[in-house]
Ligand binder design. Structure first.
Ligand code: MN
Length: 130
């Protein structure tokens, strides 16, 4: 069974890259280009993991993370924040808002999946045993 990843990212190039890496590693991908669409997709699809850009128009990634965490159907889903290397404090704020972990931009394609999956290793192992 494929893992379902929801990407919430407003930048087309970053979306393309994240989508490419996830599809190549056997994920099913759902794309949302802003926070509201992301929340809607999360509620409808209950993904296995959410990749969340922090710098989003209108509703920030922090607000999206907080809303996801306030919903009992989604409060266990790993959220991996995609943060900008240049923005000091982004990572800490993302974790405070409910993110499980973070990956910094620019994305390093060679380490991306390993880094991503390190945030939900136990869930992955459980699935393999089923
Ligand atoms: Mn952005």
């Amino acid at each position: 069974m494929k893992l379902k990843a929801l990407i919430i990212e407003d930048n087309e190039q970053n979306m393309y890259m994240l989508n490419f890496l996830l599809i190549n590693n056997g994920y099913e991908v759902i794309q949302a280009f802003n926070g509201l669409d992301g929340l809607k997709a999360a509620h409808e699809e209950i993904p296995d993991v959410i990749l969340l850009d922090i710098q989003l128009p209108e509703m920030s990634g922090y607000d999206v993370a907080r809303q996801l965490r306030s919903n009992h159907e989604l409060d266990h889903v790993p959220i991996v924040a995609v943060t900008s290397h240049a923005m000091v404090g982004d990572r800490e704020k993302a974790i405070e808002s409910g993110a499980t972990g973070y990956i910094e931009k620019p994305i390093d394609p060679d380490n991306f999946i390993k880094r991503l999956e390190s945030y939900y290793t136990s869930e992955l192992n459980q699935r393999k045993q089923l």
